[in-house]
Design a protein around this ligand. Structure first.
Ligand code: ACO
Length: 435
């Protein structure tokens, strides 16, 4: 790393001391480089959940969880949602700079040319149960893309990163819309060359031969904002999955499929669906305080979904924008959602409760996004798939960065706490093969 300040720290263990380099990132955060620690001391480090471990150098996204800052390639997300579209952000994440007009035009063309899914892949839909979760279908189908689009070794994809990015984000969008259409038994709607990325997705989701879909500019604008806000979030669980799996030099599609699987969990991207389910339960019950109490009770597994974050210790900056946009959009389209009122009541109660204050638990990106998706007509089981679509450029950017900078396969150590060598006779029979 060229322009980083290098310093040293001394670690003393028993009667031995070892000097370890300290590296400093662009924004001043310091990290102890322990990569040669075991060689020098036989010690490994232990950090379950990797909450205190920087697993790589990255130039893509910066988060300051204490100050609520999120920037892609140095640009605050607040500025990006005001000034550009999702495809510009996809380009930014992958290339490090926003596209010029010509680059934008070329990238749009690529998105258009790559928007058709291989027709043979449509047979996949016939094999899934009609109520299969979209995230399960997507992870399977994306993994299968390597078979339909061969020659996907890391080198060729990195060399043609625009093509790789366009194929992933364009085809997966088509796939996601097809998943929905199949689930409701309607004919699929093909992508159109004359629509922008987000408008095209909405059209594929909602257009029908018997009821043409009216694309509202405010809905397209909002979807762009939601997608921009979800586009990357540095080393979160799914991105880490992409980087770890990619380090074995598997193809890009397999890594994205792993990212989708990780994202589907309720503690990660699956939280946006879980929030709506929770809000509905609270609405039916009517007693907000009871659920606040349950969330604080350690003997109760209930957690306030959409609250808390590994990195943010104040209000998630994405949640602030989504909350504001949610209120505006609902007004604009004259739509009233009783769940928004429940969400406000929970937020109000939690933000003044000492438990939530002391634990630094604030609404995260998932708390209000589901209410917006509902207002746009997106069904609940598609919420996490929406998150996945938005996160695709982030995963591609991290995969590309990892391939370009990491030469080693990711392979952590462990502290073995199982049985020591079993010396007595542990086998039930002298010769089990003869039984
Ligand atoms: N409700 C109640 N208590 C909570 C919550 C919550 N939502 N989140 C954390 N806590 C408490 C824990 O019980 C724990 O308390 P303790 O220290 O007294 O035992 C403390 O806060 C720390 O919790 P951890 O689980 O250790 O925090 P971690 O950083 O590992 O987890 C996570 C972060 C998974 C997001 C957690 O806050 C959570 O489960 N939130 C609800 C699910 C959710 O909204 N996920 C989406 C996250 S955003 C995203 O992935 C896109």
């Amino acid at each position: 790393m060229s322009n980083e300040k290098i310093d040293r720290a001394t670690l003393t263990f028993g009667d031995r001391s070892v000097e370890l380099p300290v590296v400093t990132g662009t924004e001043g955060e310091c990290a102890l480089d322990i990569s040669h620690l075991r060689e020098k001391t036989k010690l490994v480090t232990l950090d379950p959940g990797l909450g205190n471990t920087a697993s790589c150098f990255s130039k893509i996204t910066y988060i300051d969880g204490e100050r609520g800052i999120l920037r892609y390639r140095g640009i605050p997300i607040e500025k990006l949602v005001e000034k550009v579209m999702f495809i510009d952000v996809a380009y930014l994440l992958v290339h490090g700079v926003l596209p010029t007009e010509e680059e934008r035009h070329n990238f749009s063309q690529l998105l258009n040319f790559n928007s058709l899914m291989h027709e043979d892949m449509r047979h996949f839909f016939d094999l899934f149960p009609h109520d299969a979760h979209p995230m399960h279908i997507l992870s399977t189908m994306i993994n299968a893309m390597a078979a339909f689009y061969p020659n996907v070794d890391s080198k060729s994809l990195v060399e043609n990163i625009d093509q790789a990015t366009a194929r992933v984000i364009s085809i997966v969008r088509t796939m996601a819309a097809f998943v929905y259409k199949k689930s409701i038994g309607e004919p699929v709607v093909y992508p159109r060359h004359d629509l922008s990325y987000c408008a095209n997705f909405l059209n594929m989701m909602f257009d029908s031969p018997v009821k043409p879909y009216q694309i509202r500019p405010e809905t397209v604008r909002l979807l762009n904002i939601l997608f921009i806000l979800h586009a990357d979030h540095e080393q979160n669980c799914s991105t880490t999955a992409v980087r770890v799996i990619g380090s074995a030099q598997v193809n890009l599609y397999a890594t994205i499929s792993a990212g989708i699987s990780a994202l589907s969990g309720p503690l990660h991207g699956g939280a946006n669906q879980a929030v709506i389910e929770m809000l509905r339960t609270i609405q039916e019950d009517g007693d907000v305080d009871k659920f606040i109490k349950m969330a604080k009770d350690k003997s109760n597994p209930f957690r306030l979904m959409g609250f808390g974050h590994r990195v943010y210790k104040i209000y998630d900056p994405r949640a602030s924008i989504i909350r504001r946009e949610c209120e505006q959009y609902l007004k604009t389209i004259h739509y009233s959602d009783p769940l928004l009122d429940v969400a406000h009541r929970i937020e109000e109660a939690a933000l003044k409760d000492p438990y939530f204050i002391d634990h630094h638990l604030y609404p995260n990106v998932d708390f209000y996004s589901g209410i917006l998706y509902r207002a746009m007509g997106i069904p609940e089981n598609m919420f996490t798939a929406m998150f996945a679509l938005a996160r695709l450029p982030g995963w591609v950017a991290h995969w590309q960065e990892m391939i370009g900078s990491q030469t080693k396969i990711t392979r952590p150590r462990q502290v073995y706490v199982g049985k020591p060598l079993q010396t007595s006779d542990v086998f039930a029979s002298k010769n089990p093969l003869l039984i």
